[in-house]
Design a protein around this ligand. Sequence first.
Ligand SMILES: N[C@@H](CCC(=O)N[C@@H](CS)C(=O)NCC(=O)O)C(=O)O
Length: 213
Amino acid sequence: MQLYYTPIRGYVHTVEALVAYAGLRERLVPVPTKPYAPDTPLPAVNPLGKVPTLVLDDGSYLAGGPVIYEYLDSLHDREPLYPAPPARWQALRRAWLADGLFDQLVLLIVEGWVAKPAQRPDYARRCWDKVVRALDRLELDAATPGPLDIGHVRTVGALAFLDLKGAQIAADLESALPEAQGVAWRDGRTRLAEWYARERERAIYATPLLPDP
Ligand SMILES: N[C@@H](CCC(=O)N[C@@H](CS)C(=O)NCC(=O)O)C(=O)O
């Protein structure tokens, strides 16, 4: 299998954690690529040109992340990260929330690439408000964590991304998004911060599996 992913130094991709959990590293050929780079081979593989994208041994492909995570979870004999109902529904709901948080961060990063006078404060604020509400909901969810499931893994991925990109987002949107300046997501979200610190100790997050050029 070939896994197309963006190399980000120090980041543990959700898909990496799934690969580790499923014990599939040996079956995987990593293909690092920057999806916004003009020369990325991604669109030839996945018409939407997004990472992660997984090319299977029969030449077919799977995308986006949630599809790939569920596929990888079907390839091991451990406790499934996608539990049976009724636990499944809240696991999926939390995974979807974390996925949405990640997506809003990507939108803010891309808005930050726009020249400052052309940046759209209303749009940036709308994305930012979603980030804040998602974090507040994750703080509530951290009160009832339950056994490891896809919601937890995706939440770790999204929070790790926020840790890596939050300061850059604030700096790039300095005038368009004053509400993001100096904000630290752990402030006022003690439960989530403690939960995240504990979760990051898990072996599935310990070793980056994918080359980080
Ligand atoms: N939530 C989505 C996120 C995928 C996504 O938006 N990836 C970004 C990462 S930067 C991407 O590839 N963007 C390229 C583009 O939209 O052209 C998933 O898990 O599949």
